[in-house]
Design a protein around this ligand. Structure first.
Ligand code: PEP
Ligand code: MG
Length: 597
């Protein structure tokens, strides 16, 4: 052993093993050296320019803007090629910031009227808008501040001739540790060298989380102090499913993490043969499994993971990705493409679920103190019938080519359903008058508010099917913000109150002969998926990558076992008790799947 080996060993002994809990942002396990990414302090020169220099300075700004645009477009192409869920839309948001007229007019005033050099002008204007966005209540708008700051920094680097913030040549694979990552930093990282992310900030809806999931890179967010305790040379183990990281894992922890990773890989390999098999219990209960998608680019995953159709197309992402309203023609093209890709399999198109955390400044949604309780979703659509009708027309036009249904989000009473149906019928009538023939279409209601669940028997008379959105149902029943890391421990989909509302909805569906699907995250987790099957749901819709494991769990559990689990859960006193029972059942019927839970 030479001196440096010696030093390394002594060093390793002194590196303390520390376990931190955060929020699971993207599943999977990774162990690798940390790479701490801190945004470099940009030294922005400040200069008062002469009046005669102002046009040359503006020219410098324009040139830097053209360079920035080119870089962002290149990054976008790279992301398009690498990510499956089309997160490239985030770069579109950056391009919009870059070409925003209000911002560039302000930069021009700074340069031409206040005679400030371009770097200073860009910094001051970006800071001004970042501050304004950070003051907004809405978490989605707050995250837009990151976009502005990211674009501003890139512009200043280009003005200063600095080419890249992050190391270009990576010698070893690593786990990125950072306070937060901007979208373009995340995308610029070489996928094959980045094995994971561990961030102080962020929730499951932050940009970094979206991209990590799209690239299937394990990630943990909301760790709060990982950047203050990790040092260069440390090793980090991360378990993205459990939302846990281990800094400098010792031999015991390493063995455990490696064991989890190997077991996950084995379990995943063992599921590949199931792609074309149905999800049917050994005693014959068949549960169609559908995919949730946000973007047309994800259609490839529908086939890859063997979905029987799309149970939830979250169309509002069309708006969020492009940053503005999407018209009837553009929507028709997207929906028709989805219909073609499905080749006869069903497609459930959810009407725009805008508002809450899915917010756009330019669509007439103003800032609200409680956006999740405000002008969200169906409320927005009924307030803007022209937007709603354009979408209904696009859906109806796509219906002409295949098995398409409409799903209404955030329904809370019968009146909303009746008004929506009127608009649907109006749209159908208009299309018929225009000579476009559309077959009848099924209308469904999302059950994601306690008032909807508790009046499911009344709603059932107005619609053709239900789809239970357990993500929101949990949030609204328990009064726990679903994207707030500080109350994440209180967010419990298996809470007795949530289960009772689900049971009530299923019963109402059964009595009125209306199929009941669950499309919230509860369907993606094999533990709760078995519980839902036992409770009597007809269909499940989930993230495509979850289909194989849920399918295998269903194929190994009899309906009788699932029903016994549901009975126990409905009598239980806490979410913890129920999850324990679910785990016991899965350990009994399919222990090999536990690594994927
Ligand atoms: C839900 O609330 O469970 C749901 C599926 O809708 P979203 O997650 O898009 O709000
Ligand atoms: Mg919802």
């Amino acid at each position: 052993m030479n001196n440096s080996d010696d030093r390394e060993q002594v060093d390793a002994i002194w590196r303390k093993t520390t376990v931190l809990d955060g929020i699971g942002g993207s599943p999977g396990v990774a162990v690798a050296p940390v790479l701490i990414v801190r945004p470099p302090v940009l030294d922005v020169p400040e200069r008062r320019i002469a009046v005669s220099e102002t046009e040359t300075e503006w020219q410098r700004f324009e040139e830097a803007r053209a360079r920035t645009r080119q870089q962002l477009q290149q990054l976008r192409t790279r992301l398009d090629a690498r990510a499956r869920s089309g997160e490239a839309g985030i770069l579109d948001a950056h391009l919009m910031v870059l070409d925003d007229d209000v911002m560039s007019a302000r930069v021009r005033t700074e340069i031409v009227e206040n005679q400030h050099n371009a770097e200073r002008a860009v910094r001051d204007v970006a800071n001004h808008f970042v501050k304004q966005f950070l003051q907004l209540e809405d978490p989605y708008m707050k995250e837009r501040a990151d976009d502005i700051s990211d674009v501003g920094r890139r512009m200043i680097r280009n003005l200063l001739g600095i080419t890249d913030e992050l190391p270009e040549s990576w010698e070893t694979p690593c786990i990125i540790v950072a306070e937060n990552l901007t979208p373009s930093e995340t995308i610029a990282l070489p996928r094959e060298k980045v094995l994971g992310f561990a961030l102080d900030r962020g929730s499951t809806t932050s940009h970094a989380a979206l991209i990590a999931r799209a690239l299937e890179i394990p990630a943990v967010f909301g760790l709060r102090r990982i950047t203050s305790i990790a040092n260069p040379g440390d090793t980090l183990g991360i378990d993205g499913s459990r939302g846990m990281v281990i800094l400098n894992p010792g031999p015991r922890e390493l063995k455990r993490l490696n064991g989890i990773a190997a077991a996950r890989a084995d379990a995943q390999r063992g599921l590949e043969h199931l792609r074309n098999e149905p999800a049917v219990t050994p005693d014959g209960r068949r549960i169609p499994l559908y995919a949730n998608i946000e973007n047309i680019n994800e259609m490839s995953t529908v086939d890859a993971y063997g979905a029987e159709g799309v149970g939830l197309f979250r169309t509002e992402y069309l708006w969020l990705a492009s940053g503005c309203a999407v018209g009837e023609e553009q929507q028709t093209a997207v929906y028709a493409a989805a219909v073609r890709a499905l080749r006869g399999r069903p497609l459930v198109i959810r009407a725009f679920d805008l508002g809450g955390d899915k917010f756009l400044g330019n669509v007439g949604l103003s800032s609200e103190a409680n956006p999740f309780l405000g002008m969200r979703s169906i409320r927005y659509l009924l307030r803007h019938p022209e937007v709603f009708k354009a979408q209904l027309r696009a859906i109806l036009r796509a219906r002409a080519g295949g098995e398409v249904s409409v799903l209404l989000p955030m329904i809370s009473d019968v009146a909303e359903l009746r008004r929506s149906r009127e608009l649907l019928e109006d749209s159908l009538h208009d299309l018929t008058t225009e000579g476009i023939v559309c077959p009848p279409i099924k209308l469904g209601a999302m059950i994601e508010i306690p008032s909807a669940a508790l009046s499911a028997d009344l709603l059932a008379e107005e619609v053709d099917f239900f789809s239970i959105g357990t993500n929101d149902l949990t949030q609204y029943t328990l009064a726990v913000d679903r994207i707030n890391e500080h109350v994440a421990h209180l967010y419990q989909p298996a809470h007795p109150a949530v289960l009772r509302l689900i049971a009530f909805t299923i019963e109402a569906g059964r009595r009125h002969n209306r199929p009941v699907c669950v499309c919230g995250e509860m369907a993606s987790d094999p533990l709760t998926a078995l519980l839902l099957v036992g409770m009597g749901v007809d269909e499940l819709s989930m993230a495509p990558a979850s289909i194989p494991v849920v399918k295998d769990a269903i194929r190994k559990t009899t309906l009788e076992q699932a029903r016994a689990l549901a009975e126990e859960a409905l009598a239980s006193r806490s979410s913890a008790e129920t999850i324990k029972s679910c785990r016991e059942l899965l350990s009994q019927v399919a222990p090999e799947l536990l690594p994927l839970v």
